[in-house]
Design a protein around this ligand. Structure first.
Ligand SMILES: Nc1nc2c(ncn2[C@@H]2O[C@H](COP(=O)(O)OP(=O)(O)OP(=O)(O)O)[C@@H](O)[C@H]2O)c(=O)[nH]1
Length: 332
């Protein structure tokens, strides 16, 4: 049999800190978690209330989890970030960086001072979390350019479409494709082609806002999502981008007779659109219209309601009617 004293030693030896917290957020007891490489010493928290030592939004979140665990009587598992600096009164001996925790929260079948209590085991999962973030970034990123890949674009455009449909946030899409990349590859080699793809993505990165989404759609095709941008602004932006592309690509000193340019199609989300794919399709059509008209240009898709309604028919007929932007059309 383990004695009460031995039980106390076992609790203190627990590698992860274990808190007993009351429904109102009082730290009733703290055990274990003594390794300062992973945890701050929490013994000073006993007797304090979470609402008095942690910022309000975080304290509210903790209280909510305690409530949930008590009401459901089921084990709750939650991940959260907390820094030593977030908690008033902690001794500054633990990790300097914010810690990612996995909290396991379980209701206990007894009360302390007339209050329900939970057991809260807090495990430091910072390394695992960092790895998960890196993995997520890798699975979202195109290897050659560092831009987002198609998978991530689809997720982000879905969110932009929801913001457009629910809150009427104007949103535009640019689709562009390199001109003559095959000839560059065939004449100057695949690395020269890669260089062009990378140069174009660098221009995207330097010209876009943080909230814009740039993606390599595949091969030599790219897509840019522009939240809060209406058609006129999108067309203006596309022209600016086009100039930057030309400037950058001409600096690459491609041999005479072999040069890469860019054809851009522009479309904006319309109330008739059922999903972002409708908008993307119009941008794609406009891009092919740019190719058809001789490449190296910007073409804006039709945006009038009548044109939009007949869009599907035009596409199925292969007519691809699109407008080329003239400065007078701009609505900056
Ligand atoms: N160097 C390089 N080439 C690629 C890459 N991905 C796709 N390509 C090439 O890009 C070309 C894309 O095909 P197309 O768009 O029909 O070729 P294009 O010469 O640009 O034709 P236009 O768009 O009509 O001007 C193909 O030759 C692909 O092999 C890549 O990652 N690196």
């Amino acid at each position: 049999m383990i004695s009460i004293e031995q039980m106390g030693i076992v609790l203190e030896a627990l590698p992860d800190p274990v808190f007993i917290l009351s429904r109102s957020g009082k730290y009733v007891a703290v055990f274990g978690g003594r390794d300062a490489r992973y945890y701050h010493d929490g013994t000073g928290l006993v007797g304090q209330n979470i609402a008095d030592i942690v910022k309000k939004d975080k304290a509210d979140w903790f209280l909510q989890q305690i409530e949930l665990a008590l009401d459901s009587h089921r084990l709750l598992i939650r991940e959260y970030e907390l820094s030593g600096a977030d908690v008033r009164g902690l001794q500054w001996t633990g990790p300097r960086k914010p810690i990612w925790f996995e909290g396991r929260i379980q209701a206990l079948d007894f009360q302390v001072d007339g209050e329900d209590v939970v057991l809260w085991v807090a495990s430091n999962i910072s390394e695992r979390h960092e790895m998960e973030v890196q993995l997520r970034e890798l699975s979202d990123t195109d290897q050659l350019t560092g831009l987002f890949n198609r998978r991530r674009l689809e997720l982000d455009l879905t969110l932009l479409y929801e913001a457009f449909a629910r809150h009427s946030v104007p949103t535009s899409i640019l689709m562009f494709d390199l001109d003559n990349l095959k000839k560059v590859n065939d004449t100057l080699g695949h690395y020269a082609g890669d260089e062009i793809i990378v140069a174009v993505s660098k221009v995207c990165r330097s010209e876009l806002r943080k909230t814009d989404i740039a993606c390599r759609f595949g091969g030599d095709e790219f897509v840019i999502g522009l939240p809060n941008i209406e058609m006129g602004q999108a067309v203006q932006f596309a022209h600016r981008l086009h100039e930057c592309f030309n400037r950058e690509l001409s600096r690459l000193c491609i041999d005479e007779g072999v040069s890469a340019t860019v054809s851009i199609g522009v479309a904006t989300m319309l109330p008739e659109d059922r999903s972002y794919e409708d908008t993307l399709k119009r941008a794609d059509n406009a891009m092919y219209e740019a190719k058809r008209r001789g490449k190296n240009r910007v073409v804006a898709a039709d945006t009038t309601a009548a044109d939009t309604k007949s869009h599907a028919r035009r596409v199925s007929e292969g007519a691809n009617k699109a407008q080329q932007w003239e400065p007078s059309q701009s609505r900056s």
